[in-house]
Each structure stands twice: as C-alpha cells, then as structure tokens.
Write a protein that binds this ligand. Structure first.
Ligand SMILES: Nc1ncnc2c1ncn2[C@@H]1O[C@H](COP(=O)(O)OP(=O)(O)OP(=O)(O)O)[C@@H](O)[C@H]1O
Length: 329
C-alpha cells in the first residue's frame, strides 16, 4: 500500500519532480520541486508562459502531470481531491460563471453546489465574500455586464465563500486597476493574518513581491530559485553609496577598503550634493551599514549621505537569466 500522507506535514504545498509535457512535445513544467510552508504567502512568479498556470492546474487536479507528484495540505493530489479541495479556495482562469445571473446569484449557485455548505447561511456567505472583494455595490448586476476587473473580483469572492486553509490564486491582479491591485494585496495579507497559506502567481513581480514571505521564480518551466523572500534578495550583494566632501574621497575609500568592502569605486556622475562633494560606491557584503558610517565619522570624514541599494527580485531574476522578466516565450 502506498502512503497517503506526505511526511513533511509543515508544507501546505509540495511537489516532487512535477512535470507536464503537452502533446505538442512542449515541456511546460519541468521537474518542479515546490515547497510552500504552512502560513506562508508564496509568490509564484515568472514571465508569461513560464509554466505557472500549468503547475497550478496540476496542483488542483485540473491537469494530469506527465511525471512527478504533488501534495496539498499533506495529502496527495489528485487521489485526495475530494477530501482536500473543500479546504482549498482557488482562483484559476475562467471560473464557470453564468453570464445572465448577477454576481450574488452566481455565488449562491456555486455555494449550492458545495455539499459541505449549509444552505441556510448561503446568502450571508455570498454577501460577506462580495463585501471582501469590494463588489457589494455591483452584487445585483448581471455577470455579463461586469468589467474584467469585476469578473476577477468575483472569482476571488468564489474562492472566499468558505474559510480556507489554503488559497491558490492564479494571477489575481489580472485586469485590475492600481487601486484593485492594492486591494488584492491587502486581501492576501488579511487571509494570511487569518492563518491561511496563500499561493499567489503573477507575471508582474513588483505587484506581489511586497506581500510575499516566500517566493518561487519560474523561468521556462523550471523553478529558478525558491525560498524566503528576504534571503533571496539579500544573498545578492547590496551596493553601498557614500557621499563625502570632495577632498575626503580618498580617505573615505581607504576606510571602506579597511572594512573589507569590495569593489570600491568613485562614482563620476553629477551629484545632487554639488561640485564640492564626491560619491563612492562599494559592494556592502555582510558589513552592517551603521558600522560603515561609524568608521567614516571616526576617521574624520564628513558624511554627506549614505545609501544602501538592495536589489529587487526583478534585478535578481534579470541577473540570473540575462533576460527581462515580463517577456513571452
Ligand atoms: N493546453 C496546452 N497545450 C499546449 N501547450 C500549452 C497548453 N497550455 C499551456 N501551454 C504552453 O505551456 C507553456 C506554459 O504556459 P502557462 O500557461 O503554464 O504559463 P504561465 O506562466 O501561467 O503564463 P502566464 O503568465 O502568461 O499566464 C506556454 O508556452 C504555453 O503556450
């Protein structure tokens, strides 16, 4: 008998060697080992066509893997789908909404199809979900009159009809305006604060990066890197920029080198501080920036400015792949 439980119970989502080869021969997902800790907000990031949706469809049992395995909340998919999926709220492309029914009636219809839901409290659940996604005012409008953003919000509301342990949201900010995008970020944070694990995909890295505790970055069907968000950006060297009085540049450079900072260089650009100032840059490495400022002051250098530039995830991605992030394959 095969085990029905994943030994690693502290992962809300796990895959091992998950692979999808389409009939065309294209390998859309290639040996994926995802690890989403319970309670995480996991940003599943990658350019258009990198394999995020295909992965999510396999996780939810909507597509069959060519190879590999997947576990949701510790149970294998798709074998445990009937038991696990009621605990999982999902937003994937094209939820089946009826065009002539209102948003509220569509939710009521979905709710009625859920054997675990109490029909007496259906209306309350639908209204609460509409309220959470900011659709209360459009609750009675027919779905076909919804804008793309409103449709997306209704998809989110459907995922939130029940309390969930895990939310899998595929591109939830698609079609939303900046205000809607902010609201989705806020909602994701709220769901995580309530104890849920959230797996959220996006091809717009910067939109989601800020709310994630963890990220996995896809490129051409492979997981390029995965882990705690802070660690991923910090492992790439942060750059330090120091502005001093022009006559003190050499002394400052000596201090920086003395602290073991690599790649110390004079920045020749025109400076906001004016002609009397000089700017030096260096790779910060593990040295705390406050140690740098203390050492400079101690050496009698007048510190006009000190900045630390940590690379964004997008910069990390571009450095790793040599490609822009938002590109179609
Ligand atoms: N049913 C299919 N048959 C053949 N190829 C497919 C199919 N579905 C997806 N693909 C291909 O697999 C690759 C991965 O697509 P997928 O939709 O998983 O990417 P994605 O990362 O979700 O992209 P996006 O950000 O654009 O949604 C793409 O090259 C796509 O063209």
């Amino acid at each position: 008998m095969t085990s029905t439980h994943d030994a690693d119970g502290d992962l809300a989502v796990r895959t091992a060697g998950l692979t999808k080869r389409f009939r065309s021969g294209q390998v859309a997902v290639d040996g994926l080992d995802l690890a989403v800790p319970r309670g995480a907000v996991y940003g599943f990031l990658g350019p258009n066509g990198s394999g995020k949706t295909t992965t999510i469809r396999m996780l939810l049992g909507l597509a069959h893997p060519t190879a590999g395995r997947a576990w949701l909340l510790g149970s294998p998919m798709p074998d445990a789908a009937a038991r696990v999926l009621p605990r999982v709220g999902a937003l994937v492309e094209g939820p089946a909404f009826h065009p002539y029914l209102s948003g509220r009636a569509n939710l009521a219809r979905l709710d009625a199809g859920d054997a675990t839901a109490d029909p007496r409290t259906s209306r309350r659940r639908a209204d609460a979900a509409l309220d959470r996604v900011g659709l209360s005012a459009a609750a009675t409008k027919p779905y076909r009159q919804y804008s793309l953003g409103m449709k997306q919000r209704l998809g989110l509301a459907a995922a939130l009809l029940q309390p969930r342990d895990l939310l899998v949201l595929d591109e939830p900010t698609n079609g939303l305006d900046p205000q809607g995008t902010r609201e989705v970020r806020h909602l994701v944070r709220e769901l995580a604060d309530g104890g849920a694990t959230v797996l959220v995909s996006s091809h717009l890295l910067a939109e989601i990066e800020q709310v994630c505790t963890h990220v996995g970055i896809m490129s051409r069907g492979r997981l390029l890197l995965q882990g705690e968000r802070a660690a991923l950006t910090e492992r790439e060297a942060a750059r330090l920029a120091v502005t001093t009085r022009a006559g003190q540049a050499d002394a400052a450079a000596e201090v920086l080198r003395g602290l073991g900072l690599a790649d110390v260089a004079r920045d020749g650009r025109a400076l906001p501080g004016g002609a009397g100032t000089a700017r030096l840059t260096a790779a910060l490495g593990p040295t705390p920036p406050e140690k740098v400022s203390a050492a400079l002051v101690h050496a009698g250098v007048d510190l006009v400015g000190l900045e630390v530039d940590r690379p964004s995830l997008e910069q990390v991605f571009v450095e790793l792949t040599g490609e822009g992030f938002d590109v179609a394959r």
